[in-house]
Design a protein around this ligand. Structure first.
Ligand SMILES: [Zn+2]
Length: 323
């Protein structure tokens, strides 16, 4: 009898735990509803709670970095060639994700080893608000692209989440101009085919380097942070490039007005907009690469002021296209 009661208790506990697990796994995160937006993520994903862990992303950049003269441009293996096969572009409801297959990796630039590139995705705002995740001197860009690479010793992304240096993410700001970015056409022309959550489109591979600020790859910031989506794992070595790439307003429009967070046929169709997490304080040191511009390697005040002035003059007008 005692044994039976014990078994019943265990079974009840198991049932409760299963229900809790099912409940959590069915709690999808979102950006536009107080029940599931970034400020509520911690209720369901404990590591997203900003008070529990220090290394959260995104952060503001440009003001408190320490220059590291050893941080040169990363080695981007395979980024300048056209892989064979097909890539898959998917509307995942939280972002548009491009899975890039094999043959691409990043290393160097202070990274502890080689990282296999698996996917890239985007964060964007709306017609009236910018949507990059990181900010530069507290200014938000219209969009931000994240290229995700997994430390080569792990079989997949999930396996790397317990390692503080398990992932290397390249972040690229995206600004808006009036001219199409031809290098972006493979992605932008496929967006109308993945309007709703769950839809995907096969696209022809292209050299990924064409999506990067390839004339300014030695200018970046580096810090230890987290995923910016649940489970917010503190597993990311961030490389945030200082100089943005550009796309046209028309290409931007395809994101903000053409991608829904809901499935086709949903009773209430919801556009996916403003899919960015709020800024967190940087607890770990943020390093500026050897050639990053916002900091002067010369301690003289006049040079620093001149550098900042020139950089701000160059950058700030581009930041304000949407404000
Ligand atoms: Zn991201």
């Amino acid at each position: 009898m005692v044994s039976y009661t014990g078994n019943t208790g265990s079974m009840l506990l198991l049932l409760v735990l299963t229900l809790i697990t099912l409940s959590l796994s069915h709690t999808d995160f979102c950006y536009d509803d107080g029940q599931c937006d970034p400020y509520a993520w911690g209720d369901y994903y404990p590591s997203c709670h900003p008070l529990l862990d220090a290394h959260h992303s995104p952060i503001d950049l440009g003001q408190q970095e320490i220059r590291d003269g050893g941080l040169d441009a990363l080695e981007l293996s395979g980024f300048n060639s056209t892989p064979t096969g097909r890539w898959r572009l998917t509307n995942q409801g939280h972002s548009v994700v491009l899975e890039v297959g094999g043959g691409l990796s990043v290393s160097g630039g202070g990274l502890p080893g080689s990282y296999r590139t698996v996917q890239l995705h985007f964060h964007w705002g709306s017609a009236s608000s910018n949507g990059s995740e990181h900010t530069l001197l507290q200014q938000r860009f219209p969009m931000e692209m994240h290229i995700i690479s997994v430390k080569s010793t792990y079989p997949n992304l999930t396996a790397a989440l317990d390692d503080p240096t398990g992932l290397a993410v390249l972040a690229v700001f995206i600004d808006l101009v009036y001219v199409d970015n031809d290098n972006f056409l493979q992605i932008s022309s496929a967006l109308p085919f993945i309007t709703y959550k769950g839809q995907e489109k096969s696209i022809r591979p292209f050299p990924l380097l064409t999506l990067l600020p390839h004339a300014n790859l030695s200018q970046y910031y580096r810090y230890h942070g987290s995923l910016t989506t649940p489970p917010c794992s503190q597993a990311v070595l961030w490389t945030v490039y200082e100089v943005p790439i550009t796309i046209s307003w028309q290409q931007f429009e395809l994101f903000i007005s053409g991608i829904y967070s809901t499935q086709e046929g949903a009773e209430h169709a919801v556009l996916l907009q403003n899919n960015f997490r709020h800024i967190h304080p940087a607890y770990s040191t943020v390093y500026a690469s050897r050639h990053a511009h916002l900091l002067s390697s010369t301690p003289q005040q006049t040079t620093l002021t001149l550098t900042l002035t020139l950089t701000l003059t160059t950058l700030i007008p581009a930041l304000g296209l949407i404000s």
